[in-house]
Design a protein around this ligand. Sequence first.
Ligand SMILES: [Zn+2]
Length: 178
Amino acid sequence: MQDYIDLAKKNGITLLDHGKCQFCGANTKRGIHECLEIFNFGFYDIDFSNIENYIYKFLIVDTHTLQHPEIHGRWNNHFHLSRLHLIFKYGVKWTYKLSPKLSDYLNKYKVDKQDEYLTPPDVSNRGHITTIDILEKPTNEMECKDLIKKWAMEVYNKWGNHHDIVDNIAKNFLNMKK
Ligand SMILES: [Zn+2]
């Protein structure tokens, strides 16, 4: 997990070790490090061995990445926003098989789009729901799932400026898949 420290450095960001998460505003004590721990280990209400629950894994990864783009590579924004768009707008039932297909498509796409950046929303404007809420608020699996969906939808909408771009990606991806 040193990756995110290196990526932040590369992006010119100093990671803060205390207080709230500097990227999503989660009410943590150890900042982004704690936020990532919750992301990695905290959603224990959901049984991820059940195939029907995979969708929540995808939503969690996409949403957390888009709330913390400074600790990821820039093309991750394209991938995760496109995936949320495919799930929310086109009702795609995402599976593990589709992720490498979307990556392959984006690898070709980005050759001609080297100047295309999806500028993230300001840190104060990435949605009210954070990892801490998902960890602390739900009292059962159903509530946890509902909150993850709301979290994902909220963050997806905060990236609304770029929905046009990912809509093109989504359409081409769906055509390619036929
Ligand atoms: Zn955070």
